[in-house]
Ligand binder design. Sequence first.
Ligand SMILES: Cc1cc2nc3c(=O)[nH]c(=O)nc-3n(C[C@H](O)[C@H](O)[C@H](O)COP(=O)(O)OP(=O)(O)OC[C@H]3O[C@@H](n4cnc5c(N)ncnc54)[C@H](O)[C@@H]3O)c2cc1C
Length: 514
Amino acid sequence: MRKIIEIKLNPSEANDPVRWKQIVSRILSVPQGRIYHIRPIKRSIDARGNITYRLKLEAFIGEHMPDSGKIRPPILPFVGNKRPVIIVGAGPAGLFAALTLIKNGLKPVIIERGKDVKARKFDISGLNRGEVLNDDSNYCFGEGGAGTFSDGKLYTRSTKRGNVGDILRIFVEHGAPDEILYDAHPHIGTDKLPNIIANMRRTILESGGEVFFNKRITDLIIKNKKIRGVIDHAGNEYVSNDVILATGHSARDIYSLLQSKGILLQSKPFALGIRIEHPQSLIDSIQYRMPVRGIYLPAASYNLVTQVDGRGVFSFCMCPGGTIVPAVTGSAEIVVNGMSNFRRNSPFANSGIAVAIEPEDWKEFDSYGDFAALAFQRSIEHNAWLAAGKGFKAPAQRMVDFIEDKVSESLPVSSYNPGLVSVDLKEVLPSFLSERLKKAFIDFDRKMKGYLTNEAVLTGVESRTSSPIRIPRDEVTLQHVQISGLYPCGEGAGYAGGIVSSAIDGVLVAQAIK
Ligand SMILES: Cc1cc2nc3c(=O)[nH]c(=O)nc-3n(C[C@H](O)[C@H](O)[C@H](O)COP(=O)(O)OP(=O)(O)OC[C@H]3O[C@@H](n4cnc5c(N)ncnc54)[C@H](O)[C@@H]3O)c2cc1C
């Protein structure tokens, strides 16, 4: 017999499965010996009042869990001799598209500009040291895509577009911790993601798919408005009547390629701002209302949103116990983002704070036509680079100093490895944006007393929150509105934002290919 029980426990009890058994036994009036297993189904923290964990547990009474609860790697058909489908880009959209194609009896051929995930680590290290940027292998490009060296947050609002549970299960099948299946805000962490990505590649190869690295796609073969294949930077041709274009929001060369071939794309609203970093202990003490969080509570996070002068300002991709990283992909720009380990154990809490960007904001760039939003984004990244001395250092300002228009005399220790340069961030951000940020910070401090502090530092710029361009596709066939067989997919096409929603989009696009 199985029984579902919902209980509230204090943090130490919630981390003690022996205690679960005692409590379940008492609630169900069943001897402990008859409870063979207890499996968590949902876990969340309620930080209002006394901090408690809410647990939803499944108890197996007098019966064993099937498969002893272990999720095993998937058994997929062999597709090596089946019709090939080209996937450009091995990010979440491309990888989940590949796994879905295999399930549907088609052969995925992934072509990726960057290196395999292991080799990619070396280039990331060089970048972290502020030494050199490899244009094809960095925080955004390479096997696993932009989400590989990240916090691996798997929370999404795109629950209506696809089955989030299926996506999480596939991650677990490839080595992600089981917790992601029941945590209210699941995350994997940058220390675990590379192995999971490599396992996914193994599944694809063992099923007869192909994966090419270090092959940047530079051209599309199109005949009579139908896609016939792609060409890489060395002139190699890859032939197929179906091409999934899953190149992410930073593949500006792909946008230029499409434009040069007269293929329709459009500017779209996105969001831009800075990344803020507080001491994690400060965020813990605000959120948990205790000086030290202890060993049973995770590094605290937050989710802040407000409206300033008719525009949304919100926290984005918060990384508790994380680090700020250089997410640049080209020369003469500074872009930052955040990542953390599974244990989220660094002493810093960072988060993007972004302002919604609408067409009226990029008016000055209207001469760039469909690239106006991208030109605006690029100009701010360039400002950041100029302000911080034309290297990999990032422009920064203490939070209160920013509000009071003072250049900071000193900066706090930061997790951003290449280093910070004290500047007036108003030199980097347009005034409509910095003014909204200032007002938002004051409002955030009302919501989280102590958030507004000079111990916090703003680092510029958080500009790649989502794509500033959409590659429009037919709502039913998911093919490009002009080119049949071309499937714009994932974040770069403007149809997703984040790991899970990009993965879901990959699944949807693959399912659309018959
Ligand atoms: C540092 C960082 C941290 C992040 N943290 C999180 C997080 O915690 N949670 C979350 O949900 N999201 C996070 N994101 C965002 C998330 O990574 C993206 O939303 C997601 O990866 C988009 O998936 P995608 O497959 O559409 O594109 P991408 O992941 O960008 O993948 C595109 C792939 O295409 C390849 N490519 C590009 N151009 C070409 C070409 N011409 N030829 C061949 N290959 C090409 C790229 O190398 C890349 O591998 C983070 C992003 C970064 C940079």
